[in-house]
Design a protein around this ligand. Structure first.
Ligand code: SAM
Length: 459
């Protein structure tokens, strides 16, 4: 008999999935509506697409079922691209967002600043258009003078740098973005930089630019980080100005139809949110935190972080990653010891023992695989800290709603994320928790749908 291998983990039988399939839980939302990509159908949310984001339907559902109104304050401690904040803002609800990723701080600050004068914004976009066209004209004219059809961008020696639009950033590999699209992106960056406009408008222009970096690159953010066929040229200027048109028309809608509740954007570590928020001031928390799915949360903004100069070296990436909940084997460090905070929780022991048994039976030797159990412990330990800190910030009776998926990422061991997080929260001091099935998510690695649940904690 050949020895049974759990790796690769495809189409393997899962006893927990079989058991869950027999429950008659009805999902609150159909899986077609629950995808992160469905956010592209919503104004403002679609200014910047984040593959690990979520649909605005989730914060809406909580706002409606909890009857949250303008007398309440809502916090999203893992705000990502600010889905919760925007939905609160539209209804005049005060909201606060926290994220460990520097880049998201700027993205959400720009998305939630609805105080810009519309005429000024329109005029700035016109001015930018003229300036960009001037630059292109000058470059093309020079190209003619040089009588070379491929002088400008296609030279692998980066001849276009002669025009002073910056250098290829060291970490922005040519496999990620080809020369010509990068030259055009750098030109836009430079022109936005010297445009004499209000800083809030400039931030919106930058947001539009950052939003078109990946679509004009060779990179595909899936659940992973993929590189596809090189785009040697691309309609960078067209996509950028279309994005700005979109932003402008949504901005008009926001100004005339939405209430514009106050929002505050903070940069920090959710495990220390009690140091950022006043004690007992928050009514509800609504978030989609990292989950134990082996996702490294800087990966899905890697190009933007480099292009926009937030992280230009491995060390700077490491600094950002260290502020994050441990969610991936590439984000575990010597000295991490949040495990100790949850070491007595039986269900985490069961999961990690099963992962270890399967690693042993496979004879797994890779460095990453060896970190699987440590990662699962550190993930739940980190979330324990978030729960402890959130208890201080919430008012008595306040609630914390988390959207989390089950996981099969480690040797196909089924991790019932919401249920285990509920136990972790009780240990941290919450009085009760409930789990509702939000949607069934199809998984590429096996034949079962995985649950995505709303975990609600009550202080
Ligand atoms: C699943 S995403 C949230 C998506 C978000 N709901 C949206 O609409 O875009 C998780 C977020 O948590 C952030 N994050 C991870 N660890 C964190 C920490 N310790 N403190 C604050 N944010 C963190 C990541 O940067 C990422 O933006």
């Amino acid at each position: 008999m050949p020895k049974y291998k759990y790796n690769p983990p495809t189409r393997t039988h899962c006893a927990v999935c079989e058991k869950l399939r027999l429950t008659d839980d009805k999902p609150i939302i159909e899986s077609t509506k629950g995808k992160a990509s469905s956010a592209s159908n919503y104004p403002i949310h679609n200014w910047y697409y984040f593959v690990l984001g979520y649909t605005p339907e989730f914060p809406n559902y909580i706002i409606e079922t909890e009857k949250i109104n303008s007398s309440h304050i809502v916090v999203d401690p893992f705000m990502g691209t600010g889905t919760t904040l925007i939905e609160c803002k539209k209804r005049g609800i005060k909201s606060v967002g926290i994220d460990a990723n520097d880049y998201f701080f700027d993205v959400v600050s720009a998305k939630t600043n609805w105080g810009i004068n519309l005429n000024e914004l329109e005029n700035s976009i016109k001015e930018l258009r003229v300036e960009v066209n001037n630059q292109i004209f000058l470059i093309e004219k020079q190209e003619d003078d040089e009588k070379s059809s491929d002088f400008l961008f296609s030279d692998s020696k980066n001849n276009w740098l002669k025009y002073g639009f910056g250098k290829r950033p060291k970490m922005l590999d040519e496999r990620y973005v080809s020369d010509v699209p990068l030259a055009k992106l750098l030109l836009l960056k430079e022109v936005i930089g010297f445009l004499g406009v209000d800083v809030n408008i400039k931030n919106l222009l930058k947001l539009a630019l950052f939003a078109v970096v990946v679509p004009n690159s060779n990179v595909k953010y899936g659940p992973g980080f993929g590189i596809s066929k090189a785009k040697l040229d691309s309609d960078v200027f067209g996509s950028f100005f279309r994005k700005l048109d979109r932003i402008l028309s949504d901005y008009k809608v926001a100004k005339t139809h939405y209430v514009n509740g106050d929002s505050l954007v903070l940069h920090g570590d959710a495990r220390e949110l009690d140091t950022l928020l006043e004690a007992e001031t928050i009514d509800q928390m609504i978030t989609s935190p990292p989950y134990p799915g082996d996702h490294e949360y800087t990966k899905h903004t890697r190009l933007e972080l480099i292009f926009a100069d937030y992280a230009v070296s491995k060390e700077e990436f490491r600094t950002i990653k260290k502020r994050m909940i441990r969610g991936s084997t590439t984000n575990i460090y010597r000295g991490d010891e949040d495990k100790l905070l949850v070491a007595d929780i039986e269900s985490i022991s069961c999961v990690t023992k099963l992962i270890q048994t399967r690693l042993d039976s496979d004879g797994a030797t890779s460095g990453f695989e060896k970190l699987y159990t440590k990662l699962v412990w550190e993930y739940f330990g980190g979330m324990f800290k978030v729960f402890k800190a959130s208890l201080k910030a919430l008012k008595p009776g306040g609630k914390f709603h988390l959207l989390v998926s089950d996981s099969h990422a480690f040797k196909m061991v089924h991790i019932e994320t919401a249920k285990i997080l509920g136990e972790v929260a009780i240990k941290a001091g919450y009085s009760s928790f409930s789990v509702r099935l939000w949607q069934n998510k199809s998984s590429t690695s096996h034949g079962y749908d995985l649950r995505e649940d709303i975990l609600t904690l009550v202080k």
